[in-house]
Design a protein around this ligand. Sequence first.
Ligand SMILES: Cc1cc2nc3c(=O)[nH]c(=O)nc-3n(C[C@H](O)[C@H](O)[C@H](O)COP(=O)(O)OP(=O)(O)OC[C@H]3O[C@@H](n4cnc5c(N)ncnc54)[C@H](O)[C@@H]3O)c2cc1C
Length: 414
Amino acid sequence: MSMQSTDSAGLRRNRRAALDVVIVGGGVVGACLALALLRDGRRVALVESRIEPPWQPTSPDLRVYALAPDSLALLDELGIGSALRYARCQPYQAMRVWDAAGGDALAFDAHSLGRDALGAIVEHSLLVETLWTALRQQAAFTAHVPATVSGLEQDAAGVEVTLADGTRLRAALAVAADGADSVLRGLAGIEVDRHDYGQRGLVGYVESERSHENTAWQRFLPGGPLAVLPFADAVDNTPAALRGRRSSFVWTLPNSEAERLSTLPGAEFSREITRAFDARLGELRLLSAIASFPLRRQLAQRYVAGRVVLVGDAAHAVHPLAGQGVNLGLRDVACLRRILAGAEFSELGEPRRLARYARERRSENAVAAWSFDGINRLFSNDAVLPALLRGPVLGLVSKLEPLRRLLAQRALGG
Ligand SMILES: Cc1cc2nc3c(=O)[nH]c(=O)nc-3n(C[C@H](O)[C@H](O)[C@H](O)COP(=O)(O)OP(=O)(O)OC[C@H]3O[C@@H](n4cnc5c(N)ncnc54)[C@H](O)[C@@H]3O)c2cc1C
């Protein structure tokens, strides 16, 4: 544990100059939390180690998120939903999940659930840029970019985060939103339980022969699931011939297979992904570079250490098969915001208040992480028994209306 010596008198002396909250990590979750707290009248500093490359309309970001309706509602409430929709955002109205070994498919439709859409696909860099544009318009906001954290001190009076350039930021609360390898989490002495899946997620864009039908598709294969997600036609630059046929993909594969596929020439990769997707939308043609991410399940043993709180991937990294990573992080944001609402400066770091946040979020995130784990084990497996179980499991879920609705409700953030 690398928590340094405390200096209560110093922290108390500087209390008037102190911020309400210092957030380390300005990705989607950290930036969203900063904006939410600023909207509630807090003074917030955000520390981010890297300057995010600007969103480029003509060159879509390879990383996209399938945002659930509750995440979209939060972004709307924070006033950035319309900017996202204006730039590029693809609602999807249906979801189809099936297994390569056969059996029934699981289907969800927005209409039958009384909704306009099941969610929307948004690029990472667009989301981050839109959040930061809104943040920079707030008077009570300070940004430290590029900057990294090198030290942490805390006591009953407050917390002090030291940056590598020597800047000291004093606040009532420090939030670690610096991702799965969080430095602030380490400085606060919080350990994680980690499991490496031995799989990677390949991401990129394909053009399909037939329309994607505004549907999020997922086919389970023995090596891991292949998701094909409808991608928006840019108003200005999508060639007419590509409209409704461009999708992003997230393909989970064992490490060695991911490495082989990501170095194939485009035409060969296109053949492989078409076959893996069972030509469900006709031929798929690779349109972009391919990026690859290692996959792990990682759960922090605690969400709170004194005045340090974890959110997003700093607290939990989950398998991407359900596309829920960012949605869970945004639910952390909504929960922490609710729990801090109305608190005086002196009440922001109250142990009981922070324990409530930890209780609420740890249980939901752990259930999600272990459920995705179980699904991955059952489906990414070519042993006979799991293969025999998969079709009936999907069939059972698709036929039992209350169970199907319950699953849909959970995925939609209800
Ligand atoms: C292949 C793949 C596909 C995915 N698809 C989806 C999906 O469809 N839907 C979904 O919801 N989720 C998806 N996820 C998960 C999603 O990417 C993560 O859950 C999400 O990025 C977590 O956001 P975050 O802001 O908590 O962390 P991060 O995105 O990791 O952001 C952390 C930020 O902190 C900064 N930082 C790091 N260290 C420091 C430091 N020491 N000091 C200052 N700043 C620092 C980083 O630069 C970064 O900006 C996917 C993940 C993978 C791997």
